[in-house]
Design a protein around this ligand. Structure first.
Ligand SMILES: C[S@@+](CC[C@H](N)C(=O)[O-])C[C@H]1O[C@@H](n2cnc3c(N)ncnc32)[C@H](O)[C@@H]1O
Length: 204
């Protein structure tokens, strides 16, 4: 039976990439459970920087009625040999093509043309944007429905590496609900973020 190929991360071997993905999958499943969201909900989900569709698979497996949009530059960079046909082929192998579509877009630009979403997920993407991380977060928040969740897994290096990240790093419409790290890679954090409803603003 053919297996999906979710690729090799920058500075990693295939084996290391697979070990990391196994742990990240467990962490996201734990976070989904912690959020209290029903796994049978009909939800629209955006995977920001989807690569070859790894997190699309994690979401589709947990939320069995979710429809997912994977967005990426689809240009060789932090994931070797990334391309949209490769991501589409993975979804076919997994039997989830009908629930997942892919769109080429740049997260550092406004994303309104992609529509609005009930949930956003992202893994190992926004640290690549350096100082552009905050504006990419803002672009993503702009297309989230009120009260929706953002499951945001990323590496924290440099001046945000120590301790829990400050809510001041985040746009004011979002609140950190909880934060979990990977035991073997403490720089990796998965934050559960929640967007406020229009009348609220968490950290002015
Ligand atoms: C390390 S890979 C992670 C891929 C996938 N999320 C996963 O967990 O396997 C980072 C991805 O972010 C994408 N990316 C980086 N900057 C981006 C941007 N400005 N807009 C859209 N995608 C971007 C890259 O193309 C790459 O596929």
């Amino acid at each position: 039976m053919q297996e999906p190929d979710f690729g090799i991360y920058h500075h990693s071997s295939r084996k290391q990439s697979e070990i990391l993905r196994d742990s990240v999958r467990d962490l996201f499943n734990k976070a989904f459970k912690q959020s209290g969201l029903s796994s049978s909900q009909n939800i629209s989900v955006l995977d920001a920087g989807c690569g070859l569709g790894f997190l699309c698979d994690v979401v589709a497996s947990y939320f069995r009625n979710a429809v997912i949009t994977g967005v990426d530059l689809f240009k060789d960079g932090s994931l070797k040999e990334i391309n949209m046909p490769g991501a589409e082929k993975n979804m076919e192998i997994l039997g989830i093509s009908e629930r997942v579509r892919f769109i080429a877009a740049d997260l550092s630009k406004p994303l309104h043309s992609l529509g609005n979403y009930d949930m956003i997920v992202s893994n190992l993407v926004l640290h690549n944007l350096g100082k552009g991380r905050r504006s990419a977060l803002k672009n993503l928040l702009d297309i989230m429905n009120p009260d929706s969740f953002f499951f945001y897994g990323d590496l924290y290096i440099g001046n945000v590496s120590a301790g829990r990240s400050s809510e001041n790093d985040l746009p004011s419409e979002v609140k950190i609900i909880s934060e979990i790290t990977l035991e073997f890679l403490p720089q990796y954090r998965l934050q559960i973020l929640r967007k406020s409803s229009p009348s609220q603003s968490y950290n002015k």
